[in-house]
Design a binder for this molecule. Structure first.
Ligand code: IP8
Length: 247
């Protein structure tokens, strides 16, 4: 099983509110359909979820109790999800959209046989970063965290993060072909304009996955051939994550 995280920066143009990259999502969908891999998809908020979450002061750290903000942020996330499912259907992938809520409790994560059944039936489960009610009120759970939880619960052999750049970049913008804990600590200092954690969160979740046996890849969604290679475990242009215990 492979978990694919479609970053908000690749499914939308984050500089343009409510922009959507139909052509890019279709090309990624065609690559998934052609790969015949068993895939579970997670997508981020991009120019839909993040600006609205920010407008209402919602984030993954703190949240003001704003029922309007919760309702509006979820509405735009479901709208983006519907667009993504349309593009997937048009490219030969059969999406099975679901809310990430079942993933939030230990019992829910254990009982994921329905998800396996959906994949066994030829469907591709699709879920997304969401607004959830936790101990600290309403907070945003990033698609990156959901990808990590799903990878662990499903025992995924691979997780592919699809981005708008070639992979994880260093301070000078150069591609890092491989990353481990040391690079992660450096990236943790990078600030993000997202309501969640940006690249630092992705890399942190990637290391946790790698530590529990999932291979992690970062690849550009503008390079569908490299995305195909990453899906099929072939050598690709992008970043791979080193297993922390082997450092
Ligand atoms: O873009 C955030 O998910 P992410 C989702 O994966 C919302 O961090 C609701 C903004």
């Amino acid at each position: 099983m492979t978990v694919v995280k479609l970053g908000g920066s690749i499914v939308t143009d984050k500089k343009v509110a409510f922009s959507y990259r139909d052509g890019v999502v279709r090309s990624l969908g065609r690559a998934i359909a052609a790969s015949r891999e068993r895939v579970v998809l997670v997508h981020g908020g991009g120019s839909f979820g993040h600006p609205v979450a920010k407008k209402y002061g919602l984030s993954s750290r703190s949240s003001r109790p704003s029922p309007e903000g919760v309702a509006e942020t979820r509405r735009v996330m479901f709208e983006l999800d519907a667009r993504i499912c349309d593009s997937l259907l048009a490219s030969g992938v059969l999406p099975y959209a679901f809310s990430p809520y079942p993933l939030l409790t230990a019992a829910g994560r254990k009982g994921l046989s329905w998800l396996r059944s959906a994949v066994g039936a030829g469907l591709t489960p699709v879920t997304f970063g969401d607004v959830i009610l936790g101990d600290r009120g309403f907070t945003i759970i990033s698609g990156d965290t959901i990808s990590m939880q799903l990878s662990r619960s499903l025992g995924a052999s691979r997780c592919v993060f699809v981005m708008d750049v070639d992979g994880v970049l260093d301070d000078s913008g150069t591609l890092m072909r491989s990353i481990g804990p040391a690079e992660s600590r450096r990236l943790a200092r990078k600030s993000s304009s997202d309501a969640t954690g940006g690249i630092a969160l992705k890399v942190r979740e990637a290391l946790r996955m790698a530590a529990s046996g999932t291979e992690v890849a970062f690849v550009s969604g503008f390079r569908p051939r490299d995305f195909s290679k990453a899906l099929k475990r072939l050598s690709f242009h992008g970043t791979t994550v080193r297993v922390p215990s082997r450092e």
